[in-house]
Ligand binder design. Structure first.
Ligand code: SAM
Length: 251
């Protein structure tokens, strides 16, 4: 299990008993993510939602909306709502207690830096909205790494993260809209290093701040892609060895 840093735990505490949760239920605050005309929705429609994770679920408004969509809901077999704060898990348990969807929903408190206890290669899609924008960079990198572990080959993750790089080292609460330090390109680099393909990245404005945030759509390559890459690399090594042998014979 990845260890959670002190900044990550203090950020987690900022989101306990926060007035945000009630305000965020307003239709216009939810529509930003789910309206068909938004980049969120365009990219979300590239996910296979059979086994889907809502990372940093808060009080569950994003999953509630997802489960209400006729074009999305029937495909969902299981939604995992994950959050670092137990009180949010309790709020979600209460919210969905009498819902017809209850049997398709599982809530889990997580450490704050990885997806455990979810199992390796068990998930077809991950999404994270309005939350990772606040996370410390090392927690973001840790989640990217662990996404590569839980996604099935061909599984995808859609992360809404910060693209704010103007104040390295600052307290995130001093930054516009509490955005933490992160960039589109650092995020893509980390995804590549984790073995994930970056299918798309779109910078977006937030409340008038241009390019403040970014949406990154990542994919765990299908095993056939990995096997082909491994074969190509092995052949390249083999040809190199043969070439070096021939050169040494010629001398
Ligand atoms: C602004 S709220 C967004 C909640 C939800 N995604 C939504 O759109 O309503 C931020 C959420 O991130 C969670 N959180 C903060 N740090 C976290 C971490 N390191 N790992 C997982 N969740 C975290 C908080 O508990 C809170 O639920």
């Amino acid at each position: 299990m990845a260890t959670i840093g002190s900044r990550t735990s203090s950020i987690a505490s900022d989101w306990k008993s926060n007035s945000y949760y009630l305000a965020a239920e307003q239709e216009r605050w939810v529509d930003v993510f789910w309206n068909a005309a938004t980049p969120f929705r365009r990219l979300f429609d590239h996910l296979d939602v059979r086994k889907v994770v809502d990372l940093a679920c808060g009080h569950g408004r994003q999953s509630a909306r997802m489960l209400s969509l006729e074009s999305v809901a029937p495909a969902i077999e299981k939604v995992y709502l994950l959050d670092v704060n137990q009180e949010n898990i309790d709020a979600c348990t209460e919210r969905f207690r009498n819902s017809a969807n209850n049997s398709r929903i599982e809530m889990k408190k997580i450490s704050g830096a990885d997806f455990r206890p979810l199992e390796d290669s068990s998930i077809t899609a991950i999404f994270c909205y309005d939350a990772m924008v606040h996370f410390e960079y090392d927690a973001v990198l840790s989640y990217i790494n662990d996404a590569a572990r839980i996604l099935q080959p061909g599984g995808r993750a859609l992360f809404h993260h910060s693209n704010f790089v103007s104040a390295p080292g600052a307290d995130y609460k001093e930054n516009p809209h509490w955005r933490n330090y992160m960039s589109k390109s650092l995020f893509a680099h980390a995804a590549n290093r984790a073995g994930l393909s970056v299918l798309d990245q779109v910078t977006i404005e937030w409340d008038g701040e241009r390019n403040l945030d970014c949406l990154s759509l990542l994919e765990r390559p299908k095993d056939t892609d990995r096997i082909q890459t491994a074969r190509r690399e092995r052949n390249r090594d083999l040809y190199g060895k043969i070439r070096r042998k021939l050169m040494s014979l010629r001398r």
